[in-house]
Design a protein around this ligand. Structure first.
Ligand SMILES: [Zn+2]
Length: 92
């Protein structure tokens, strides 16, 4: 009866605290929160360009360092900017 418990035991505690990889956790502050810009403007293509990769894809949150709220806003803004032909759907 103890079998199941035993196999679970190892993964149970503190496993998510272990950081793999060499890169230390860098403290990143969301640029929009920091700059007190609460509205992400889709017409601001220069700013939005930082959040898309060279191939035109929207960068993931781990790459942009934005907070959830602003990452969501940026995603929407980039999509709008694409339609307005301010940003590419596909990179050069
Ligand atoms: Zn933010």
């Amino acid at each position: 009866m103890d079998k199941n418990k035993n196999s679970r035991n190892r993964a149970n505690d503190g496993d998510d605290k272990i950081r793999r990889g060499k890169r230390p956790a860098k403290k990143r502050v969301c640029e929009y929160c920091q700059g007190h810009i609460d509205h992400v403007d889709y017409k601001d293509a220069e700013r939005l360009k930082k959040y898309i990769a060279e191939n035109g894809k929207i960068l993931p949150r781990r790459a942009t360092g934005l907070c959830a709220e602003h990452q969501r806003d940026v995603t929407t803004a980039v999509k709008r900017a694409r339609i307005m032909a301010l940003l590419p759907f596909r990179g050069e």
